[in-house]
Ligand binder design. Structure first.
Ligand SMILES: Cc1cc2nc3c(=O)[nH]c(=O)nc-3n(C[C@H](O)[C@H](O)[C@H](O)COP(=O)(O)OP(=O)(O)OC[C@H]3O[C@@H](n4cnc5c(N)ncnc54)[C@H](O)[C@@H]3O)c2cc1C
Length: 380
């Protein structure tokens, strides 16, 4: 087995699997190294569904990235014959004055993305699953839906292997070094060399890169799956993905019933308690259900049935909640993608493509300047 590669990718989760695929398809010799199974449920890319929405208000440059990501998700489906993206549409609901809805609408208008504004009566007619106060407002957008993360990672890895990549699961990277001639990666099973290194370590990123220079906060997040009282109302095809926005800025969101796992999935998007990825308690804990149960009883009463499952996942939050995708300062052969701050999965396809650009050509045509290390310069 060759131990010299064009590119080594550390971490074969959402971003690393996509990078392996794009690199291998362009003819690069690639080694992807993952410490757990592929896929697995101990990082940030499990749980059977992730929301994708297009009218991104968080920064204007996310929308061109999302347009490319959506196209690449469709290409991935075509190439593998797998259903990964379910375009259900999306509905975002909240009290009048909700900043999330106002800014999401602005993004839709700026980019000409198909959407409708709804009052509570129109919402009830379009989406009878929701019972909200009469003065609440909603926005429905066409280009939104859900992605199946386990299938996405498997599809990227299958294709990467087809194009010649070597992918090693259950092998842990212990350290890496770089110099003018290349990079060396030492794992618990061996040592490998490459011209370029890409680090996609998720919650472990600052352990893989000790001199990252940016604080990443890892948090414990909870999802619940419940048995709806009237399941037919919540079937895939009968409802969009949804988000209910609260005045404190936190969001509850959820998905239709999915074939891969029983129950209706609901979650709370906020920064949960800080944890260590090595010691996080993944089993359900007392109080976990309180994270999502009240929103069901209040706003989705027909979904408010028995609990089926609780699972946990980790956010890796950057100082400004924007991603970090850049060459590593002081290491010109190393590129990193981390700090996805609980909203990165939908971008995985385009992140893979951008990482391949950076590793092979040192630059990307996509607007990633706002995701670079430069923005942290001068921060204390
Ligand atoms: C509860 C929750 C809900 C979310 N909802 C959404 C959503 O609806 N929409 C959305 O777009 N995003 C969402 N996200 C965010 C999204 O899932 C993440 O941003 C994305 O999956 C992160 O991908 P990653 O590749 O950075 O991390 P991961 O997929 O976790 O990959 C990192 C990999 O590196 C491996 N690794 C670490 N250390 C080593 C080592 N030393 N050697 C080898 N391998 C190593 C890990 O095992 C892991 O597989 C959510 C996240 C959570 C937790």
């Amino acid at each position: 087995m060759s131990k010299r590669f064009d590119v080594i990718v550390i971490g074969v989760g959402a971003m690393g699997s996509a990078a392996c695929f794009h690199l291998a398809r362009r003819g690069a010799s690639v080694l992807g190294i993952e410490r757990f199974n592929i896929p697995h449920d101990r990082g940030s890319s499990h749980g059977f569904s992730r929301m994708i929405r297009m009218s991104y208000y968080e920064h204007p440059d996310y929308v061109p990235l999302l347009r490319r990501a959506w196209k690449l998700w469709e290409d991935l489906e075509t190439e593998t014959g797998q259903r990964i993206l379910h375009a259900t549409g999306g509905v975002y609901i909240g009290p009048p004055g909700s900043e999330f809805i106002a800014k999401t609408r602005q993004s839709a208008e700026t980019y000409g993305l198909p959407h409708d504004m709804l009052d509570a009566t129109q919402l009830a007619a379009k989406c009878p699953q929701f019972f909200v106060p009469r003065d609440w407002i909603a926005m429905h957008e066409q280009f939104a839906g859900l992605l199946v993360p386990e299938r996405a990672i498997s599809a990227h890895v299958d294709l990467a292997i087809k194009f010649g990549a070597q992918i090693h699961g259950n092998e842990r990277v212990l350290e890496w070094t770089d110099d003018a001639t290349g990079v060396t990666v030492r794992t618990d099973l061996g040592e490998y060399h490459a011209d370029q290194l890409i680090v996609c370590g998720g919650a472990w990123s600052d352990r893989i890169v000790r001199d990252l220079g940016v604080e990443l906060i890892v948090t414990r997040q909870v999802w619940g799956w419940v048995q709806p009282k009237r399941p037919r109302m919540f079937e895939l095809g009968s409802m969009p993905v949804w988000a209910i926005v609260h005045l404190d800025g936190s969001i509850h969101y959820g998905f239709p019933l999915m074939p891969d796992n029983p129950g209706l999935k609901v979650a709370h998007h906020y920064h949960g308690p800080r944890v260590d990825p090595e010691t996080i308690v993944r089993d359900p804990q007392p109080g976990d259900e309180d994270d999502f149960r009240p929103v069901l009883s209040k706003y989705l009463p027909e979904a408010d049935g028995a609990l089926l499952s609780i699972r946990t996942c980790m956010y890796t939050v950057s100082p400004d909640s924007h991603f970090i995708i850049d060459r590593l300062p002081r290491h010109e052969r190393v590129t990193i993608a981390c700090g996805f701050s609980g909203h990165g999965f939908k971008f995985a396809t385009v992140v893979g493509e951008v990482l391949a650009d950076l590793a092979m050509h040192g630059k990307s045509e996509m607007p990633i300047g706002f995701l670079g290390f430069q923005r942290f310069a001068g921060r204390g």
